[in-house]
Write a protein that binds this ligand. Sequence first.
Ligand code: PLP
Length: 434
Amino acid sequence: MRCRLSALFFKNNIMIIPFSPPYIDQETIDEVTDTLRSNWITSGPKVKALEEEITKLTASRTVVCVNSWTSGAILMLKWFGVKQGDEVIVPAYTYCATALCVMECGATPVMVDVGEDMTMDSLQLRQAISCRTKAIIPVDFAGWPCDYDAILNIIKDPEIVRDFIPETLNQEKLGRILLLSDAAHSIGAMYNGEPAAKKADVTVLSFHAVKNITTAEGGGICLNLPAPFNNDEVYAYLKIYSLNGQNKDSLAKSKSGNWKYDVLFHGKKVNMPDICAAVGLSQIRKYNSNLLPRRKAIALKYLDGFNPYAWFVAPPLDNGYRESSYHLFPLRIKGISEWERDEIITGLNDLGISVNVHFIPMPMLTLFSNLGYRIDDYPNSYDHFKCEISLPIYPQLTDVQTEYIIKSVAEQVERCLANRMSHVQKDSVSLSSF
Ligand SMILES: *Cc1c(COP(=O)(O)O)cnc(C)c1O
């Protein structure tokens, strides 16, 4: 049976629009079937092929695939020697994994607020650096690259470099704070004419089911470490690290006469299976030619559709220097409260449209508030959160669906704002009657 893509789906005469279904077409099914029939389903030739495709797409020195963004970030922080007593700077406005990878190493995530473009604020970043800072993990929010020029200027500033205290061989070799980019959203984003993934020392991608390219679950570590690092050596080390510290993978061991192996150190078991890589391979080959341009076209349609409205705050997409990967369309509605936002979301859900909110700032999550983080310290993060609604954006979304979303959002927002006006009028009437 051929796989049907992007069929319009109705229920009780309402168009049902999911938030972010994976892009699965006949090629995906063929690629996965090929893996199943090959008798080799775990890490092997498909992972290798995917690593090569990602290396090309991101113009990186080399890429290691693992089973999630989270695993990849933990691996790299541990590789750098981040440990208890160290600090790693992260934005408050991100998914919890950005901080959890730091805590997994026993270190402390130091949260800073974001700016108007929803990425890490570089002034606050500079103020947050201490002699314990070992790494910075900025986030390319919604696919929009953060200000890498500003961040690199800060970490390479002689004054900041002087205060850096190396405690491991790799820290000694780098001689400064590590820039590890959270590019879970931003594969394909551009920065000054080059893939944004090249800007940081290490850029970690996510291939979770909702991301621009998926392997169901998965992550990619793009290595662009400066001299004197040898990125190929780091690659070889990470391959062993991601396989329990074992010096031969199952495929190598399966070759005749090659059963003997050694375990060199205490690693982690976070390798990516070929069956997952197959899904990603089918997508990455048509990413720049097809999937990414389609996302961009939808984003531009949203921009056009919402631009006439005074309440519309446009997300950053392209300023001629940086260009988004159009992972999310984070609509912001000027001046609304959390409760008004929720009302609009309920209205959209009733019309069959699934949306999301990116992100609940980390200090508002129980884990982090129990640790003492306070949302009052991150006013911009809260302001974005309270008026943000992420709209569906994916290659299968049709023009008809996009137009239906624009019309429905506009109706819901206008109704919400009109309700508020009538409350205000009623309040002032009842006040003036006293
Ligand atoms: C999805 C996401 C992650 C985590 O990715 P996993 O592959 O699920 O570990 C990290 N950071 C951000 C910003 C994300 O959106």
